[in-house]
Design a protein. Structure first.
Length: 398
């Protein structure tokens, strides 16, 4: 019965797409980075194989020398292909702290416990990084994941190096540290245990209710001004959230998590991110109002970003889920990105430019001020830092 309903829904969505709209989309993809690298477009993966996933296509990685395409050879063998199952491999990096010199973000170092993200958010700007592993930014990014179980040990070693100067470490800036596989791998919790012992400040960004599991550690760190958690709330519409972020926590559960963290004395902020024109931009005030009522005291927003493969992936998703809004959404996006799908210029990549971007920023500013957000910025305390006594120190004593 469920399979029949999903088939009917797929047929209904397909019928809503006009031939001219489909042709417009295919013309774009034909000239996109994906086509330039692989000589063609990516086929939509059967709905049964990608059930519960965000992306609808799985094009080969942009660095791959060949492109693989699935097609029906007349024997209906496509129907026999298995669904995309989550597969986790172990990654063993040499270091765990990533440095950056970006002038438009507030941190210079970060930690990513995982590569890829099972949440499957179609808009995720981290998707193109999967190409470095020879994988697709599409369904591979959501299903073929990498965990770093040795992260805590590496962190202990790096924090204990002579001359290390503590500054806030950001977590969740690339992929979500509390995505579903954290329940079993517990890499994020192990990292927090090291940071707590070292009295090292950390800022966490997530859209998962799993962060509440670590309230015991986070509340102790909060007493020392060592932590702040930001919950990303993209929409309050369950239908839109399910389509856009299929395996992330529901909007109501994220608001509950804000309340749980705030009640435990942990500084909490809300991120209205990303703001997608003509899809969720009308919710800015409602999201801020709901988050403020739940206990958040700081707020921020980021406009939709579509770097590299994310542009084609988002366009394909938009055409499948909201075909009637396809042209309007893309026109508004391009109006804020100097006529392009994305502009990576420092200082404007997060907020955009032009009249529509200005309107979004002013609406956010007015609502945040009215609700009492950002009246007091949380300050981290680095003076309490104690370098861990790792393996190197113990060997030096012998």
């Amino acid at each position: 019965m469920q399979q029949a309903r999903r088939t009917q829904r797929t047929q209904r969505e397909t019928s809503m797409v006009s031939p001219s709209m489909r042709a417009s989309h295919e013309a774009f993809v034909a000239g996109s980075a994906l086509a330039r690298h692989h000589g063609g477009t990516a086929e939509t993966v059967n709905g049964e194989r990608r059930h519960g996933r965000g992306a609808g296509i799985n094009p080969s990685g942009r660095y791959e020398p060949i492109s693989r395409h699935v097609f029906d050879d007349g024997w209906q063998t496509i129907d026999e292909l298995p669904p995309f199952q989550t597969d986790v491999q172990v990654e063993k990096p040499r270091t765990i702290i990533t440095r950056n010199q970006s002038p438009d973000i507030s941190f210079d170092r970060s930690i990513n416990p995982y590569r890829g993200c099972e949440h499957g958010c179609i808009y995720c700007f981290a998707r193109p990084t999967h190409a470095f592993m020879g994988l697709s930014a599409g369904l591979d990014f959501e299903a073929k994941l990498f965990a770093k179980p040795g992260a805590a040990r590496l962190l202990e070693r790096e924090l204990g190096k002579p001359g290390y100067l503590p500054k806030t470490i950001a977590m969740g800036t690339n992929t979500d540290p509390y995505q579903p596989i954290e329940k079993t791998w517990r890499v994020t919790r192990e990292i927090l245990e090291v940071l707590e012992v070292a009295n090292h400040p950390v800022g966490i960004v997530t859209k998962s209710a799993l962060v509440a599991r670590d309230i015991d550690i986070l509340s102790r760190m909060a007493e020392k001004n060592l932590v702040k958690v930001a919950l990303s709330v993209t929409t309050l519409d369950r239908r839109l959230a399910r389509a856009m972020e299929p395996r992330a926590a529901t909007p109501s559960l994220r608001l509950k998590t804000i309340n749980d963290l705030s009640s435990a004395g942990i500084p909490v902020s809300v991120m209205v991110a990303p703001v997608v024109p003509a899809l969720n931009d009308h919710e800015i005030e409602r999201i801020l109002d709901s988050a403020r009522g739940a206990g958040a005291d700081e707020a921020g927003f980021v406009l939709l970003r579509l770097p590299l493969e994310v542009s084609s992936l988002f366009r394909d998703w938009l055409l499948r889920h909201y075909p009637d809004r396809y042209r309007h959404v893309m026109n508004l996006i391009r109006s804020m990105r100097d006529g392009k799908d994305y502009d990576s210029q420092w200082g404007t990549r997060m907020k955009g430019t032009g009249p529509y971007a200005w309107q979004v920023a002013r609406r956010f500013e007015i609502a945040a001020k009215r609700l009492g957000f950002n009246t007091r910025k949380h300050r981290f305390d680095t003076s309490q830092f104690v370098p861990p006594l790792g393996e190197g120190h113990q060997l030096a004593l012998l």
